[in-house]
Design a protein around this ligand. Structure first.
Ligand code: NDP
Length: 435
């Protein structure tokens, strides 16, 4: 707090992790002696730069560019790039910190990083987005590489942006390498990468439900967001016979009492990915649905909640409403969507609650598999990648159970994920000496 007083999200993320690992940490006096916590709380490197680009009217614009290389003891830095007007240093530092533990949980050799800009693709032409991505890469390229740091997508950075970033990296370095993940299928992208975070969240949810012998089929589900993670979480829920009631964007949410089926989801995918429209248009297309402007979906009654939009999107009051409405499980597709107050309410009510670093780790896991395929110059089948994703999510779940089961049998997934993620990083840091 003294060092980073202007970074509330970063302090929130660190304050949320440290108490949960304290007990395990105290069993290892050597960690304290080597000042491990302080070393983990200060990123290896923070890169900050100006991005200058020209819009369609000829005006010269500037944006902030960042890359936080948090920790690379278990593999090259790895983490998404976020383009959104809310992006600042503290938010990216929280995301990079979380990424280090998440990547450790995946069982794959990847360190933690995050980057981005306060540029928002919303309302920009394709040509403007391309020029911005090129300008961003003009600086970023010198800090990344397939064995150094491998960025991917995040909010505001999907297939289109990754393609432009990759094209510019290739131009600048005169080399084709798997330096970004989430690439197009035609140039080294992995099958199942677009689906991976949403699918993985639902696979994790299935394992959680299984601990209480509950089936997903027939359950009602609230989903927030309508971007990459939300779309594929919804797709997997629908495939498995659940009823998806809501989707949202930053302007509001839609509630469809009949459930969002395959055909309606196809409409959303077209609306969001191709027309780049707003979720309120869903209610014009399907008049049984209701649009709630400026609100979030957490006051609706349902069995399961999958927050898949952004950080701090479920506050204490909304968590209380979910619990009062009989929610069974909350699995986070987004990073840190629940505030500390909300998490406490879920855990006190003993509902199944999974933090993003465990339940949304499927995205970076398949990114890791994309790196493997690029190194091998091979492309695996959908079934192969999907099966590996299922196994990884199950492994993460089992690790959470191992480290997070409390005396009364309640599985504290937050503690489990933090301890499992931390221990691997800590041991690797110890082994590599004071550097
Ligand atoms: P997208 O940009 O594809 O979608 C983001 C969605 O969330 C949009 O519907 C967007 O609405 C909404 N949203 C964004 N910011 C806000 C905000 N401040 N308030 C309300 N709604 C908001 O991003 P992703 O689906 O990729 O990412 C969603 C979350 O999942 C993020 O927390 C991300 O870090 C996390 N995540 C993503 C992974 C991935 O593989 N993509 C991997 C792991 C985690 P609008 O269109 O109005 O902006």
């Amino acid at each position: 707090k003294r060092r980073f007083p202007n970074e509330p999200e970063y302090i929130q993320a660190v304050s949320q992790v440290l108490p949960t690992i304290e007990e395990e940490y105290n069993k290892h006096p050597e960690f304290e002696k080597s000042n491990l916590i302080e070393r983990l709380c200060i990123p290896d490197r923070v890169i900050q730069f100006r991005v200058t680009w020209v819009d369609d009217s000829g005006k010269v614009n500037t944006n902030m560019g960042y890359r936080i290389q948090h920790n690379n003891v278990i593999g090259p830095y790895k983490g998404g790039i976020r383009f959104h007007k809310s992006v600042n240093l503290g938010i990216l530092k929280f995301l990079a910190f979380e990424q280090t533990f998440k990547n450790s949980l995946t069982t794959l050799p990847m360190g933690g990083a995050k980057g981005g800009s306060d540029f928002s693709p919303r309302g920009k032409s394709d040509a403007e987005v391309m020029r911005f991505c090129q300008a961003f890469m003009n600086e970023l390229y010198r800090h990344i590489g397939p064995d150094v740091d491998v960025p991917a997508g995040d909010i505001g950075v999907g297939g289109r942006e990754v393609g432009y970033l990759f094209g510019q990296y290739k131009k600048l370095t005169h080399e084709w390498s798997g330096v970004l993940t989430g690439k197009g299928r035609e140039f080294g992208g992995s099958l199942i990468r677009p689906e991976a975070t949403g699918y993985g969240t639902v696979y994790f949810l299935l394992s959680m439900l299984d601990t209480r012998s509950i089936e997903l089929q027939g359950k009602s589900v609230l989903i927030s967001g309508s971007g990459n993670v939300a779309q594929y979480a919804a797709e997997k829920c629908i495939q498995l016979g659940a009823k998806v009631l809501t989707l949202s964007d930053s302007d509001g949410y839609i509630y469809d009492p009949d459930g969002i089926d395959r055909e309606k989801l196809d409409y959303v995918m077209e609306l969001k990915n191709i027309e780049r429209g707003r979720i309120k248009e869903y209610a014009d297309e399907y008049p049984n649905a209701v649009y709630h402007a400026g609100e979030r979906p957490w006051n609706e009654k349902a069995d399961i909640a999958l927050p898949c939009a952004t950080q701090n999107e479920i506050n204490g009051d909304e968590a209380k409403a979910l619990v009062a409405n009989g929610i069974i499980a909350v699995a986070e597709g987004a990073n840190m969507p629940s505030t500390p107050e909300a998490i406490e309410i879920f855990q006190n009510a003993k509902i199944l609650y999974a933090p993003g670093k465990a339940s949304n780790a499927g995205g970076v896991s398949v990114s890791g598999l994309e790196m493997s395929q690029n190194s091998e110059r091979l492309s695996w089948t959908s079934e192969d990648v999907d099966n590996r994703l299922k196994l990884i999510m199950k492994d993460i779940h089992d690790n959470c159970v191992k480290y997070g089961t409390e005396a009364d049998g309640y599985i504290n997934y937050e503690k489990g994920a933090n301890v499992a993620g931390f221990m691997k990083v800590a041991k690797a840091m110890m082994a590599q000496g004071i550097v």
